[in-house]
Design a protein around this ligand. Structure first.
Ligand code: GDP
Ligand code: MG
Length: 305
C-alpha cells in the first residue's frame, strides 16, 4: 500500500482543483482585500470544506494580512495551519485487554461491512485473534458478505439467521470471543431498518447489551461515512452521535470522485477524529488518517497544483 497522500490523491482531486485554481486567481500576490477574502470564502465552500471552516480560514487570513501584500506561498501556509488546527488528531487507540470491542455504525452502503473486513485483516496480520459479529440481520446478503470477509481476513464470525435480534448476535459474539480468547471483536450493524427511529433504537440496544457484560463496552464506536456524501455527512454524524455516542469516524471511498474537502467539515463539526480512510474495495485499501498529509493534499504547493 502506497502512502496516505498518494492513496487519497484522487479523492481530493475535485476539491483540490477547485481550490488551486481559485487560490491562484484570488491570491494573486497583490494587496489582500475584503473582496479577495470573500471570493476565497466562496471557493472554499465550493470545495466542500463547509461554511464554518471556510469562514475560519478566511478570518485567519483577514486577521493577519488584510491590507498588505500576501503571496500565494504565505497564504497557503496560513490556510494549512488553520485547517490543521481545526482537524482533531487521529487517536492512537490502545487495544483494551483482554478483548477490544469495536461497534461499527453508519447508513446503508457507506462501507461498514467492507471496512470491518479491512480492519479484521489488519488485526489478524498483527497476530491478533479477531471475531466478527454479523449484526446486520436485516438483509440476507449482509450476513453472507461479512462471512466472505471473515474468510478473506482469517477472522472468526458469529452469525444468526436473517431477521434475528442483532443485539443477541452481539451478545453471543462477545461471549464466544471471550471463550475463544479473541483479542478483538468487530460488530457489524444494519444501516437501514423500517425507519430511522428503529435503527437508532437497535444500535442503542446493541451498545446496552454489550455494556451488561462490561460497562466500558464498546471501546470504540466508529461511524462509517461515504466520502462522496459531502455536506450531508455532517447531519448524518450529528444524528448518529445523538443516539450512539461515537468515538471516531471512518471516511470511505476517498479513492474515487469523492468530495474530499468535506472531510474537513465532517471532523470539524463535532471534533471527532477521523481514524481510518477507505481508498478502494480491496482488503488492503484502508489507511490510517494522516492530518498533515490530508491538509497538504487539499492545499497543494504551487509546483504540484
Ligand atoms: N471505491 C470504494 N468502494 C468502497 C469503499 N468502501 C466500501 N466500498 C464499496 O461500497 C459498497 C458498499 O459497501 P458495504 O461495506 O456493503 O456498505 P455497508 O452497507 O455500510 O455495509 C460496496 O460495493 C463496497 O465495495 C472504498 O473505500 N472505496
Ligand atoms: Mg453492511
Amino acid at each position: 500500500m502506497a502512502g496516505f497522500l498518494s492513496a487519497i490523491r484522487d479523492g481530493l482531486k475535485k476539491s483540490r482543483d477547485a481550490l488551486s485554481r481559485e487560490l491562484k486567481m484570488v491570491l494573486g500576490g497583490g494587496t489582500l482585500t475584503e473582496e479577495m477574502l470573500e471570493e476565497l470564502e466562496e471557493s472554499l465552500i465550493r470545495a466542500d470544506v463547509g461554511v464554518g471552516p471556510a469562514l475560519k480560514m478566511s478570518d485567519a487570513l483577514r486577521d493577519r494580512a488584510l491590507g498588505r501584500p500576501i503571496d500565494r506561498k504565505e497564504a497557503r501556509a496560513l490556510l494549512v495551519e488553520v485547517a490543521s488546527e481545526m482537524l482533531p488528531d487521529r487517536r492512537e487507540v490502545e487495544l483494551a485487554k483482554p478483548l477490544h470491542v469495536v461497534l461499527v455504525v453508519g447508513v446503508n452502503g457507506a462501507g461498514k461491512t467492507t471496512t470491518i473486513g479491512k480492519l479484521a485483516k489488519r488485526y489478524v496480520e498483527r497476530g491478533l485473534k479477531t471475531m466478527l459479529a454479523a449484526g446486520d440481520t436485516f438483509r440476507a446478503a449482509a450476513i453472507e458478505q461479512l462471512d466472505e470477509w471473515a474468510k478473506r481476513a482469517g477472522a472468526d464470525i458469529v452469525k444468526h439467521h436473517l431477521g434475528s435480534d442483532s443485539a443477541a448476535v452481539a451478545f453471543d459474539a462477545y461471549n464466544a470471543a471471550v471463550a475463544r480468547g479473541c483479542d478483538v471483536l468487530l460488530v457489524d450493524t444494519a444501516g437501514r431498518l423500517h425507519n430511522k427511529a428503529n435503527l437508532m433504537e437497535e444500535l442503542a440496544k446493541i451498545a446496552r447489551i454489550l455494556r451488561k457484560n462490561d460497562p466500558s463496552l464498546p471501546h470504540e464506536t466508529l461511524l462509517v461515512v461515504d466520502g462522496a456524501t459531502g455536506q450531508n455527512a455532517v447531519a448524518q454524524i450529528k444524528s448518529f452521535n445523538r443516539d450512539v455516542p461515537l468515538t471516531g469516524l471512518v471516511v470511505t471511498k476517498l479513492d474515487g470522485s469523492s468530495r474530499g474537502g468535506a472531510v474537513l467539515a465532517m471532523a470539524h463539526e463535532l471534533g471527532l477524529p477521523i481514524q481510518w480512510v477507505g481508498v478502494g474495495e480491496g482488503i488492503d485499501d484502508l489507511v490510517p488518517f494522516s492530518k498533515k498529509e490530508y491538509v497538504e493534499g487539499l492545499f497543494p504547493a504551487e509546483d504540484e497544483a
